[in-house]
Design a protein around this ligand. Structure first.
Ligand code: AKG
Length: 345
């Protein structure tokens, strides 16, 4: 009886996804119930539902050759990009050899020490949402999230969003002309000695889009104590997450659950200096370790194969301060459509 109910539920989810997909194609909006159906189908099919829809999307927006001009990062030759993609497919992550130049890290650090951010207290405790400037000597919560509008309007962030060494990898991995859709920056602090669920300090997989890749950029040096990022190698693949973990749905998982399902060699801790760039398919299991000492400042740029999925509040570039971004927006409007002042999301 339970399995019949489950089959009916999944059948309805497929219909829901089909209807949502049509609504999105016509009106550019995704109905609210879609994410629940997406997650249930992902968990039931081990990821095949996403794989299938991604194939259709790739057909609609094929990759386009990117111009070869330089960005702020060391350029990647076509051959290098072609070598990175199989690594990403196999492992789920790729660690760039080159780092974001130090002067850019310094400027972004200055920004993060002078710009108010939304403070998250910690699990189980609440108070009115406050915005504050992070004081390393007196953190007010476990996490400080910068407003996306402030982040995308920073010229160095704009330069990184337009950098061919990043965009080319996103496009080649996703197999479509991608869309930049989540750009964020946050502090993790030593406010609490316990991991925090909402601050993404327990293992989880993301599921806001059909297919996506995140570029995590460390803006402070990260040791084992500063809350390094963790990823489980291969867990992004189809059937990469064991059924009994998927059967729990869209939940946070304990370290012990991960350790009992994956060999230690597949659980990677990213201890690295500032400027490190990590490309990762966060359909796989990952987390930010809670900070034991000091803090960690992270910049994240996400590219997705489509904006199909939950709508985030629309934010736009006030001014495009980076000339390369200007050029990229003219040539590849789809990539930046989510942040274009007049573009629809
Ligand atoms: O802060 C981290 O290292 C984890 C971030 C994360 O889980 C996410 O962006 O989905």
């Amino acid at each position: 009886m339970r399995s019949l109910r489950r089959s009916i539920r999944l059948f309805l989810d497929m219909i829901q996804l089909g209807v949502s997909f049509s609504t999105f194609a016509i009106a550019g909006v995704t109905p609210r119930k879609t994410v629940e159906s997406m997650v249930r189908l992902f968990c039931a099919s081990g990821g095949r539902s996403n794989d299938l829809i991604a194939r259709v999307m790739a057909w609609a927006h094929p990759p386009r050759p990117l111009s070869a001009s330089e960005g702020v990062l060391q350029p990647l030759r076509e051959r290098e990009v072609a070598q990175i993609v199989p690594t990403l497919r196999e492992q789920g992550y790729f660690l760039y050899e080159n780092r974001v130049p130090d002067e850019i890290c310094r400027r972004l650090l200055d920004f993060a020490l002078t710009q108010p951010a939304k403070v998250r207290l910690q699990d189980g405790q609440s108070r009115e949402t406050i915005a504050a400037i992070y004081d390393p000597l007196k953190p007010l919560g476990v996490r400080y999230d910068f407003d996306e509008k402030d982040v995308i309007n920073h010229p160095d962030v704009q330069a990184l969003m337009a950098d061919p060494a990043i965009v080319a990898v996103a496009q080649a991995y996703l197999g479509v002309q991608p869309v930049a859709d989540v750009v964020s920056m946050w502090w993790h602090t030593a406010f609490s000695d316990q991991p925090d669920s909402e601050a993404a300090q327990f293992y989880h997989f993301d599921m806001d889009r059909i297919r996506w890749i995140k570029f995590f950029i460390y803006l402070t040096d990260v040791s084992s104590d500063n809350g390094p990022h963790y990823f489980v190698v291969g867990s992004h693949r189809t059937d990469g997450i064991p059924k009994n973990l998927l059967s729990k749905g869209y939940v946070r998982l304990l370290d012990e659950e991960i350790e009992s399902h994956y060999p230690a060699k597949d659980i990677i801790e990213f201890v690295a200096p500032r400027g490190t760039i990590l490309a990762e398919d966060t359909r796989g299991l990952h987390k930010g370790q809670h900070v034991r000492q000091g803090h960690r400042l992270m910049l994240q740029i996400q590219f997705s194969n489509s904006l199909f999925g939950p709508a985030y509040p629309k934010v736009a570039f006030d001014q495009v301060r980076d000339s390369r971004l200007n050029e990229m927006m003219e040539r590849y409007p789809r990539i930046y459509s989510n942040y274009a002042a007049t573009g629809k999301s």
